[in-house]
Design a protein around this ligand. Structure first.
Ligand SMILES: NC(=O)c1ccc[n+]([C@@H]2O[C@H](COP(=O)([O-])OP(=O)(O)OC[C@H]3O[C@@H](n4cnc5c(N)ncnc54)[C@H](OP(=O)(O)O)[C@@H]3O)[C@@H](O)[C@H]2O)c1
Length: 243
C-alpha cells in the first residue's frame, strides 16, 4: 500500500506532541486525520504544516473522550476519509503540577484520569475496530513515563495518570497477543516542547514527530515499546528501533 493511500488518524493531533507527529506524517506523504474539540486548535494546526501538504490534512471537530461522542466523531471522519489504516493515540496533557495529594480534590483526580486514561480507553474502543484485522495497519500509543520517583514536588497526580496509561498499554499487549494490526507504544521519559518553548533535555516536537512518522512508515514489529529519554535516543530509535 503506498503512503498516499494510507490514512493515519492522530488522536490528540492538535496537541504539542500530536502536532509534531501530524507534520512528520504529512511530510512523508501520508494522508492524516485529526479530531479535536476545538476548531481554533485545528485551524492553528493547519497553518503550522508544510503548505504543499495541507490538502492531505483532514480535520474533524469532535470529542473522543466519551463513548457517544467518539462514535459520532468516527462517523463524521469516515464520511470524509472512507477508511483509516493507522492510528496514533497522543491524548492527555503536557504538564500538571497542582500540588501534593492532600491539597487536591477528587475532582482534580477525576480530571487527570479522564484526560490521560479514560479518553485513551474510550477512543481505543471506538477506533481500534477500524484497523484490528488488517496486518498492514498499526495502532501506536504515545505515553509519558511514570517514573519510579517523583518527577518533582506537586506533580503526583501526573504520575498517577501516566502510570494508569502505561498499565493500560501493558494490559492491551497481554490481552491481545495475536492481533493482526501492529500494536506499539512510544514511551517518552522527558519533556516535549515546540521550538518556542524548549528547556534543557526536552525533545523538539518536530524531531519527535519525524521519528514517530518513520516508525509508522517502517511498520515496526508488533507489541514493541520504544523508550525515548533524551534527544540522543531519537537517533537510536530512528536508526535501529529499541524495542
Ligand atoms: N508534552 C510533554 O512534555 C510530554 C512528555 C512526555 C509524554 N507526553 C505525553 O504525550 C501525550 C500528549 O501530550 P501533549 O503534551 O501533546 O498534550 P496537549 O498539548 O495538552 O495535547 C493533548 C491532546 O489530547 C487531547 N485530549 C485530551 N483530553 C481529551 C478528551 N477527553 N477528549 C478528547 N481529546 C482529548 C486534546 O484534544 P483537544 O484538541 O480536543 O483539546 C489535545 O489535542 C500525553 O499522553 C503525555 O503524557 C507529553
Amino acid at each position: 500500500m503506498s503512503k498516499s493511500s494510507r490514512v493515519v488518524l492522530v488522536l490528540g493531533g492538535a496537541g504539542t506532541v500530536g502536532s509534531g507527529i501530524v507534520k512528520g506524517l504529512l511530510d512523508k506523504g501520508f494522508k492524516v486525520a485529526v479530531i479535536s474539540r476545538d476548531s481554533g486548535r485545528l485551524e492553528k494546526l493547519r497553518t503550522s504544516v508544510s503548505p504543499n501538504t495541507k490538502d492531505n490534512l483532514i480535520t474533524v471537530v469532535g470529542n473522543v473522550g466519551s463513548e457517544d461522542s467518539a462514535e459520532q466523531a468516527k462517523e463524521a471522519l469516515l464520511k470524509q476519509v472512507g477508511k483509516v489504516t493507522d492510528i496514533i493515540s497522543s491524548l492527555g496533557f503536557s504538564w500538571w503540577q497542582g500540588g501534593p495529594p492532600h491539597t487536591q480534590s477528587l475532582k482534580d483526580l477525576h480530571w487527570v484520569m479522564e484526560t490521560l486514561l479514560f479518553s485513551t480507553f474510550v477512543s481505543w474502543k471506538a477506533f481500534f475496530p477500524l484497523v484490528r484485522d488488517n496486518s498492514d495497519s498499526s495502532y501506536t500509543f504515545i505515553t509519558g513515563g511514570a517514573g519510579e520517583k517523583l518527577l518533582m514536588p506537586g506533580t503526583g497526580f501526573l504520575t498517577v495518570g501516566a502510570a494508569s496509561a502505561l498499565a493500560f498499554c501493558q494490559v492491551l499487549r497481554e490481552e491481545y497477543p495475536e492481533v493482526s494490526c501492529k500494536f506499539n507504544q512510544v514511551k517518552i521519559n522527558t519533556g516535549v516542547g515546540t521550538p518556542e518553548r524548549m528547556a534543557p533535555g526536552y525533545l523538539n516536537h518536530l524531531d519527535l514527530g519525524e521519528v514517530i512518522a518513520a516508525l509508522v512508515e517502517r511498520r515496526s514489529p508488533s507489541h514493541a515499546v520504544f523508550t525515548i529519554s533524551s534527544p540522543a535516543d531519537l537517533k537510536t530509535v530512528l536508526l535501529e528501533g529499541n524495542p
